[in-house]
Ligand binder design. Structure first.
Ligand SMILES: [Zn+2]
Ligand SMILES: [Zn+2]
Length: 176
């Protein structure tokens, strides 16, 4: 069975991520912490990256205030954090916290797609808090839909600047 941290290894290299997708610096040097996001569709990883805290702050500072409020509201109101944290503490295998959507609780096995996010500190260890988490594609689509067109284009620019291949319109937002 896959351990929690293994979920956040790069599918491409089969190892933990080493560089920030945006500034291309080695992660421990780039910032004090970084986030790994991976998107899956029908069982395949379609997009994966690590982004350092500094670059993440830069990108999210381009989001409009209303979009930031939308995301904050979703995270605060659509997720029953107390219940989730209690469930996660009771798990025998910590990787099971990724087995259902943190917001709507649908099982991962019943989703078309999902994204997972985790935060790491500079020594490469996992920061255990609100992350790691899994969000199903329906919940991600709902967040994306409620963002302003300007903020959606910030995200699409991020994707098209840093990735080849996926049509940015088709990639819903990850946790930023
Ligand atoms: Zn960076
Ligand atoms: Zn969901």
């Amino acid at each position: 069975m896959r351990e929690l941290t293994q979920w956040f290894d790069s599918v491409e290299t089969d190892r933990p991520f080493e560089i920030c997708k945006v500034c291309a610096q080695l992660l421990p040097l780039a910032a004090d912490s970084w986030v790994v996001n991976k998107h899956y569709h029908r069982g395949e990883c379609t997009l994966e990256y690590a982004v350092c805290e500094k670059c993440r702050d830069n990108v999210s500072s381009e989001f409009s205030d209303s979009s930031k409020a939308t995301i904050r509201n979703f995270l605060e109101n659509e997720i029953e954090w107390e219940n989730r944290l209690l469930e996660w503490m009771a798990l025998e295998n910590s990787a099971d916290r990724l087995s259902k959507c943190v917001a709507c609780s649908c099982p991962r096995s019943s989703t078309q797609g999902f994204s997972i996010s985790a935060q790491f500190r500079h020594d490469g260890s996992l920061i255990d808090g609100a992350l790691p988490l899994m969000l199903c594609s329906d919940c991600i689509a709902e967040i994306t839909k409620s963002l302003s067109p300007e903020s959606r284009s910030v995200w699409q620019n991020f994707i098209s600047q840093h990735f080849e291949g996926p049509d940015s319109e088709d990639i819903d937002m990850g946790i930023f």
